[in-house]
Design a protein around this ligand. Structure first.
Ligand SMILES: O=C1O[C@H](COP(=O)(O)O)[C@@H](O)[C@H](O)[C@H]1O
Length: 255
């Protein structure tokens, strides 16, 4: 199946972006609950969690139906300032009635063996989605991603061997060019099987990388290789500062 062209939404402010993203997530949640009675989502770290704060008081969000995984996680204690879980906890979970048992964190008792830790997280996904034998890859209702100025997404970095991973659901990296070095990440096959993938990018510091990803995807930056097609759809939620150099056509946002 050929991937559909990405949809680019650009907003004058991060507040507008955050409100529209909350509307989008609410709609995705409603569709998922109608079909399967639960909402499966993968969340990134970095600048992404703070754009989710408009969800906090949003009527209609059924937090007890959410199952939350991480698009990537740094292998550090869950209360370490570098932990993506801590960031999401402080920014979002601590303000909403999301049951702790629905938040799927890494098992740090395995931190000395990254392969085992990644395997254990993959098993956590298998428990939620299906047996690996019966479903080749999980289908998340929504994967939320960011991109660094170098074009990395999740913990998929430019030039890294993990970009070619075709089999595993979760992989590890112990040489991340961005600290901390030890991380786990969802792989492209998982990201590209999602029903919806949303990138969020804000600020002047992202304008060059956004131009490369959207205007010259053939340059092959890791974020440009995200092309859900099974039959998912890719959306970009950015602010006008980040999209100021982009020639790619913008779409007016409506839910
Ligand atoms: O290291 C990471 O970086 C990316 C991008 O972060 P941002 O602060 O530039 O938005 C993030 O999406 C990822 O989850 C994180 O581990």
């Amino acid at each position: 199946m050929t991937p559909a062209a990405p949809v680019l939404y650009s907003f004058p402010s991060t507040g507008d972006l955050s409100n529209s993203l909350a509307d989008f997530i609410l709609k995705a949640q409603r569709e998922a609950l109608e079909k399967r009675g639960k909402f499966t989502i993968a969340i990134s770290g970095g600048s992404l969690p703070k754009t989710l704060t408009a969800l906090i008081d949003k009527p209609g969000i059924k937090w007890n139906k959410w199952q939350v995984f991480y698009a990537d996680e740094r292998v550090v204690p869950l209360d370490d300032p570098d932990s993506n879980h801590k960031l999401a906890h402080d920014t979002l979970y601590s303000h909403v009635p999301l049951p702790a048992s629905h938040i799927h964190t890494i098992d740090l008792s395995l931190a000395d063996d990254l392969e085992e830790l990644a395997d254990a997280y993959e098993k956590e996904l298998i428990r939620e989605f299906a047996q690996k034998d019966s479903a080749r890859f999980p289908i998340f209702d929504l994967v939320l991603l960011g991109t660094g100025p170098d074009g990395h997404t999740a913990s998929l970095f430019p030039g890294h061997a993990l970009l070619s991973e075709e089999d595993r659901w979760v992989a590890y990296i112990d040489d991340s060019p961005k600290p901390p070095p030890k991380r786990i990440t969802l792989t492209y096959p998982v990201i590209n099987h999602a029903a919806r993938v949303v990138f969020v990018a804000t600020g002047d510091g992202k304008k060059e990388v956004l131009k490369s990803i959207l205007d010259t995807p053939e340059a092959g930056l890791p974020a440009a290789r995200v092309r859900p097609a099974h039959p998912g759809q890719l959306f970009w939620f950015v602010d006008d500062a980040a999209s100021s150099e982009v020639a790619y056509a913008k779409t007016a946002f409506k839910v």
